[in-house]
Design a protein around this ligand. Structure first.
Ligand code: OAD
Length: 243
């Protein structure tokens, strides 16, 4: 049995599938990953100067310029066959929880309905001072301000040193404890607490599958590893499920 057929067989029998995606899933849409040599965002930009509360306090205009550039990249991008295959899986499986570390909204644009955004969303904003997410704010203003308190609005993403939004944290932890199949797709499994979801799933006895171009710290603990592009492998997996 090929690796794909074996994973399709586990999928067919699964009661609750938890999928964790990372930036590799959007790579084929032209959205850069973070840690890949040459092309990864953190290879080209210093996260301490752009993705921390301290960076925002010291130069909010610079931080906003960088996030507007990323918004533009994502606005021009389209979901790829990997995103569409995951949306198809949601429709076919009795219970699927999709947790993404991605902030690009491409899963939703591909038709995934229930997406837990672990690291927030590039197009969301909230007030740096009062925490409100005011309706009708104009996030593409040069320096957007909160309509409630006048404080500076910031991108609604999780920065280094910040906690995961509590509803996402709890929903993902519950799913990790409950799932019987965990799929890690297109993530380096280096960033915590997201990387801990696989550990929790393993501890609960779930089968763990990794889909990635490269080996990661999770590969050795995974029951199945499918090496390749998620935009190729995920549609093939959905096809395998159908036969
Ligand atoms: P990374 O850049 O750390 O890892 C991307 C992974 O995707 C690598 O393991 C690649 O080998 C793999 N990959 C690349 N192209 C792929 C493809 N077409 N198909 C399958 N796999 C592919 O990105 P993340 O793991 O998403 O956090 O990074 C996690 C977090 O670190 C991000 O959410 C972000 C970053 O700092 C915040 O901004 C809070």
């Amino acid at each position: 049995m090929s690796g794909l057929a074996a994973v399709a067989a586990v999928l067919r029998g699964a009661r609750h599938v938890l999928i964790l995606t990372g930036s590799g899933v959007s790579a084929e849409s032209g959205v850069p990953t973070f840690r890949e040599a040459q092309t990864g965002l953190w290879e080209r930009f210093d996260p301490r100067a752009l993705a921390t509360p301290e960076a925002f306090l010291s130069d909010p205009a610079l931080v906003w310029r960088w996030y507007r550039w990323r918004r533009e990249l994502v606005r021009k991008a389209e979901p790829n066959p990997g995103h569409f295959a995951l949306a198809a899986l949601e429709r076919r499986l009795p219970r699927l929880t999709l947790v993404t570390q991605n902030v690009d909204g491409l899963h939703q644009r591909a038709g995934s309905r229930a997406v837990t955004e672990y690291h927030g969303n590039l197009f969301a904003t909230r007030c740096f001072s009062c925490g409100e997410s005011p309706a009708g704010a104009e996030p593409d203003d040069e320096m957007p301000r909160c309509s409630s308190c006048g404080g500076l609005l910031r991108p609604g993403v999780v920065w280094f040193g910040e906690p995961i939004p509590v509803t996402a944290l709890q929903a993902a932890a519950r799913a990790a404890a409950d799932c019987d199949l965990f799929l890690s797709i297109g993530t380096s499994s280096l960033v915590w607490p997201a990387a801990g979801l696989a550990e929790a799933a393993l501890a609960g006895g779930a089968t763990v599958v990794e889909i990635n171009l490269d080996a990661t710290p999770l590969s050795g603990q995974s029951h199945h590893v499918l090496s390749g592009k998620s935009g190729d492998l995920l549609p093939e997996l959905v096809n395998c499920l159908l036969v």
